[in-house]
Design a protein around this ligand. Structure first.
Ligand code: HEC
Length: 116
């Protein structure tokens, strides 16, 4: 390996380390699309089922409200305080909207919709 190649390889390693360092450890919610309320939504929903069940949906805000109400009324989800409920709904309606901005057929990508 010549010096230029070695330098290039070293740079690649540094970039990778820098990236990992900035992210610290990958968190379980990293799979979800970024957005305000992501961690809260993960914490509120992932205790009972995979976030895959959530990510495969593409719903309007009203439909997300219905879904959340259904979780509380029928599935035993604790009713979130109103301010948190708004944050969860804002997040869900933004990233898992009918337009499905994060939908990707990539099986490793966020928002993948092709799994049970
Ligand atoms: C206390 C447990 C619990 C919590 C917390 C919970 N869920 Fe669920 N959820 C369930 C159960 C149980 C089902 C399966 C219901 C069924 O299929 O009959 C379900 C199913 C779903 C489904 C699939 C609906 C469908 O049409 O197949 C969606 C979407 C969903 N939950 C969204 C959420 C979201 C979003 C949150 C967080 C805001 C959440 N859940 C939190 C228990 C929970």
């Amino acid at each position: 390996m010549n010096a230029a190649k070695a330098g290039f390889a070293a740079l690649g390693v540094m970039v990778c380390i820098g990236y990992q360092g900035a992210k610290a450890e990958p968190m379980p919610w990293d799979d979800l699309p970024p957005g305000e309320g992501r961690e809260l939504t993960y914490a509120s929903c992932s205790g009972c089922h995979s976030m895959m069940l959530v990510q495969q949906q593409g719903l309007s805000r009203e439909a997300w409200e219905d879904t959340l109400d259904w979780m509380v009324a029928e599935q035993g989800m604790p009713e979130p305080p109103p301010a948190l409920r708004e944050q969860i709904l804002d997040y869900l309606a933004q990233v898992f909207s009918p337009e499905r901005p994060y939908f990707t057929p990539d099986p490793d990508g966020p928002g993948r919709a092709d799994r049970p």
